[in-house]
Design a protein. Sequence first.
Length: 307
Amino acid sequence: MSKNKDALTLSQVYIRQRRDEWLAEPNTNFISNNYGWFGGGDPNTSTIDRLDFNAQTVSISPAKLSITRGNLAATSGGGYGWFGGGSSPDTARIDRLDFNAETVSISPATLSTAKLNLAATSGYGYGWFGGGNPLTSTIDRLDFNAQTVSVSPTTLSTVRSDLAATEGNGFGWFGGGNPLTSTIDRLDFLAETVSVSPATLSTTRQGLAATSGGGFGWFGGGLSPVTSTIDRLDFAAQTVSVSPAKLSNIRFNLAATSGGGFGWFGGGFTSTARSTIDRLDFAAQTVSVSPAQLSTTRQQLAATGST
């Protein structure tokens, strides 16, 4: 018997009924194209670099952020990329990147306040922007379909900025940050509640980056002190182990995304801003320096993927 691709599973119906709403409809023009998108950064830029996961090449996208800025956060959903917050100047703006057309439009949705050094992830049809500076524990929920933002009733366990976030096992995971911490908060997308995970990062740090793949979360780099360590978070067991894989050099204020079966950590700062992209093999737990590099050296950028 043929399957109706438009039909919902029982679990999808249940989730939507629990929320008393329908989740975001995807961009119907979206073509899964297996790219990573690294946007903004310091020195202040509006450039978005497109990383081809398969070819390991970088091209400058014709799409640009609507304003030059660094210290922003990015996630993807509904067939689009969403770049929110940042400086300079401090902003609450959210830019929507159309992956297929490679164009950027300013979303009518804005963060609840202007903030920088925040983190973002996505789940259950929404984007979730947490923390930031001025120091806050607020989590903003972006409705991809309606392009509206509401302040979630839940908050991070502590106020902090310079943290990292990823998604796995139906939860969001916000780790590290400033004031220096090793705490990982687990956000239940459906219940909109946050609990402090028994898993903690191997060291307290800020300015790190996170992504997910192979059934795990991967938190890499960061400060203090500057490190090349990659922590592997087991979503199911809620435990963290230090991966034998390390970034190719110590750095912080980098960005990460995943695609093609690998994690990709780009940019950052040690004694100078960098254009390096490291490729993390999830299965082998090894890192190699990709022949692809960002178009310019930069830090405090944001990344997302369109796999």
